[in-house]
Design a protein around this ligand. Structure first.
Ligand code: GUN
Length: 280
């Protein structure tokens, strides 16, 4: 079987072009605030990509960068200020945060209507309930967009989610459940991963373990969504062995698969938040 590559980079570029022309019609630029604490190398790259992509389509993105030893109160005060700033439509706190900060308390402070990462309990509850009012986490939203764009039938399919983070695994599983999949969550204590992979029609690998999912486990014709961005000897690789693609019907490459969609969906959430806040 010759597997089809799901080109997330191209899809993200197309989406961003549409967003750019939609934003050009607005009376003012949507505003996005990004809060970053410390100098985590991966976070700095992600934040740079978000700022650049936002600027390219007319979103006014502002970085609030703090040193590693910033206090909880300083960040909390900024979030409250941004909640009350009419020019800011979306806000994210780049994760991970240093251990001395209480992440849950800070994320809970973000006004749900500005929570363009979809991490606030209200948006997670809305997702759980299948409410169209939910702002959805960017990576799972991007994954669903790619699956739907490729017209991959989800109804009744066995979907295996590997990695249960609140950023990707949990919300992705919930979205697939709502689209008719039978969802299994695998995690660090899962004992029979090869067996679960062998029966999975759709695999979302988001565990951050380089090439953990082996090609020999993959069911013929499976759909492989690889969220991993790892390096082995300086070379980028995903959580799924590259050779697995030969057995798949569809697969996302690393890089150029899911990664660019995360940025595109963050921008789309910011645009949608702007429209809702301005009653458009
Ligand atoms: N860290 C890794 N991915 C993400 C993301 O999507 N949003 C935020 N805020 N932090 C992250």
């Amino acid at each position: 079987m010759s597997a089809q590559i799901i080109n997330g980079k191209k899809t993200a570029e197309e989406l961003e072009a549409v967003l750019k022309s939609d934003i050009a019609e607005l009376p003012s630029a949507p505003g996005l605030a990004i809060i970053q604490v410390g100098d985590d190398e991966a976070s700095t790259i992600y934040v740079r990509n978000k700022l650049k992509a936002a600027a390219a389509i007319g979103i006014n993105a502002v970085l609030h960068k703090f040193s590693e030893d910033v206090s909880q109160k300083e960040i909390a005060d900024l979030i409250i200020t941004l909640n009350n700033n009419k020019n800011i439509n979306g806000m994210i706190v780049q994760l991970p945060l240093p251990a001395h900060l209480n992440e849950e308390e800070l994320l809970d402070l973000i006004a749900p209507k500005k929570d363009v990462d979809g991490f606030h309990p209200l948006n997670i509850g809305r997702l759980q309930n299948g409410s169209s009012k939910a702002l959805l986490a960017a990576t799972p939203k991007g994954i669903l967009y790619l699956l739907e764009k490729e017209k991959i039938d989800l109804t009744g399919k066995n979907a295996l989610i590997i990695g249960c983070s609140k950023i990707v695994g949990r919300p992705a599983g919930m979205l697939l459940l709502q689209h008719g999949c039978t969802v299994t969550f695998a995690h660090i204590h899962t004992q029979n991963l090869p067996q679960l992979v062998k029966t999975a029609d759709i695999i979302i690998a988001a565990c951050g373990c380089p090439q953990m999912v082996k090609a020999e486990w993959i069911k013929e014709g499976a759909v492989l969504i690889d969220v991993g961005i790892n390096r082995i000897n300086g070379k980028l690789c995903g959580d799924i062995e590259a050779a697995a693609a030969e057995k798949a019907s569809f697969f996302t490459p690393v890089p150029g698969g899911v990664g660019p969609m995360t940025v595109a969906m963050l921008l789309q959430n910011t645009y949608e938040a702007y429209l809702k806040q301005n009653h458009k």
